[in-house]
Design a protein around this ligand. Structure first.
Ligand code: ATP
Length: 474
């Protein structure tokens, strides 16, 4: 079968010509071919396999391209990369791999195209198109990868136990591809992942997180997390989520299964945002529920303080997974910490002051927080579902009204500490804090508007109550 039409970009003609000059059999392989057949749009990373030196081929291609683009050589891996237009093209010599127990880095020898296809993770990733002059565009599909693409199946070319044990990262890749593409992992493969799940321990945290992020960025991330749980991988990666699994019952009172609830929330939020960190917040918003869970006869199941506990856990989780401990983490912490605030609001009559406090505390992230809370509505009772959503609509409207009037988002006190010091001839002292706090509280409560004159007047009153005297020479 010929796929010439997949190779219309001039780059393929140039690679083909360069390969001919060096007398190397050469192929496009992997994601580019897969995504072409799936009509997923053009894959911008192109993998080229040469039967011989990939590095030499890359250099030859560069010579044949206008302005000789720089060839980046990775000697240890025997690969080379160059960029052309918006494409990143990676060159590698065909290889045969053998693995040892404790590492996912194989011993590598030169090999044939077949050896190279054997070392690929999945049949759908082992598809190759020839760049030879005489068979340009010819498909080489030794494992029926095209049939697996049609039937939406993830399958390893060789024995799955060996494939996954050799490089356990492939277990996560299988689940990631299943999630991204909406494919099923073939049963034997799924069983092999379950048998080998412990081996995930030899994979670096960074690589694990890359795959988790790709799962979270998919249309329906729950598919991936359910597979991670089913295969036993999740307990090694995110035990905090496993701790949310299950329903306890005491004296006829049950709480919901917070694991499946969480996955619903993640799917819900994914319909409304592509922000990876907001999706992480959805995934982690209830992790504090496991350590705070209590039952009492009077009130049944409670999770008091789970938001605070959860936000602390976010830090430990990010640290363990070597994720960035920066503003992204702080954002996730803030979302988790505040995750119940709008819900409480939406249950009662909504007062302006409660909305002002919410906007004040959430700052720029108030919209993200509302998106999270809306996603958190997973009740199966249609009446309640509608009621909560309507209430949130009201909260959103109020947020806009209150913000237009009072400007409390990124609140700057209308009277500064310096002004207070000058007015009462004070050195830095406790009183300044007390006065500032009183002004802020009065604004949030709605007792005074967020304006200088009103705040100044309150400052004088408050100062006098504290026994301070207005400095005459102002
Ligand atoms: P995407 O870009 O969507 O992640 P891709 O298939 O291009 O998809 P890459 O990680 O760029 O993914 O890998 C390129 C090719 O290299 C794959 O298609 C596969 O053939 C092979 N490959 C990548 N990682 C592995 C692995 N761990 N084991 C075996 N083969 C792999």
């Amino acid at each position: 079968m010929s796929y010439k039409e997949a190779l219309q970009h001039t780059i393929f003609k140039i690679i083909s010509k360069s390969a001919k000059e060096l007398q190397l059999d050469t192929y496009v392989i992997g994601g580019f071919v897969r995504d072409y057949i799936l009509k997923r749009g053009t894959h911008k990373d192109i993998d080229i396999v040469a039967i011989g030196s990939g590095i030499k081929l890359a250099k030859q291609v560069s010579k044949n391209l206008p302005n000789d683009p720089k060839v980046q050589v990775f000697k240890t891996y025997g690969t080379a990369m160059l960029k052309f237009e918006d494409l990143e093209i990676e060159f590698v010599g065909a290889r045969k791999e053998s693995y040892s127990e404790d590492s996912r880095n194989p011993i590598v020898e030169n090999g044939s195209l077949e050896d190279d296809q054997n070392r690929r993770d999945f049949t759908i990733n082992a598809l190759a198109l020839s760049l030879g002059e005489n068979d340009f565009g010819e498909l080489l599909d030794p494992f029926n990868g095209v049939a697996d693409l049609k039937n939406k199946i993830i399958r390893t070319p060789l024995n799955p136990d060996i494939t996954y044990s050799d490089d356990p990262l492939r277990m996560l890749r299988a689940i990631r591809f299943a999630t991204q593409l909406g494919f099923e992992i073939e049963k034997e493969s799924l069983n092999a992942i379950t048998r080998n799940n412990e081996r995930i321990k030899i994979i670096t945290k960074e690589r694990i997180v890359t795959e988790l992020n790709k799962i979270l960025e998919s249309e329906q991330p729950s598919v991936g997390f359910i597979l991670l749980e089913k295969t036993g991988l999740l307990k090694h990666i995110l035990p905090e989520l496993i701790a949310l699994k299950g329903i306890d019952e005491v004296e006829g009172q049950r709480h919901k299964d917070n694991f499946y609830h969480t996955l619903e929330v993640v799917d819900n939020i994914s319909k409304h945002t592509d922000n990876l960190w907001l999706r992480w917040a959805a995934l982690l918003h209830d992790i504090g529920k496991a350590p705070t869970k209590k039952f009492s006869k009077k009130v049944g199941w409670t999770f008091h303080g789970h938001e605070f506990e959860g936000s602390k856990m976010v830090y430990h989780l990010f640290k363990r997974l070597k994720m960035p401990l920066n503003d992204k983490m702080k954002f996730v912490q803030k979302m988790v910490f505040m995750s119940s605030r709008p819900i409480v609001l939406a249950q009662d009559d909504i007062t302006d002051s409660a909305v002002r406090r919410l906007v004040f505390d959430a700052g720029d992230y108030v919209d993200d927080l509302m998106t999270l809370c809306e996603a958190d509505i997973t009740t199966k009772n249609p009446k309640r579902f509608k009621k909560y959503h309507n209430n949130f609509k009201i909260v959103r409207k109020k947020i806009i009204e209150v913000e237009e009037r009072d400007h409390v988002r990124n609140f700057q006190p209308p009277v500064s500490g310096e002004e207070i010091m000058k007015t009462f001839n004070l050195k830095p002292s406790r009183e300044i804090g007390i006065i500032k706090e009183a002004i802020k509280e009065a604004i949030l409560e709605g007792d005074i508007p967020n304006e200088f004159d009103a705040a100044y007047k309150l400052m004088i009153e408050k100062g006098e109550k504290l026994g301070l005297k207005k400095h005459e020479k102002r």
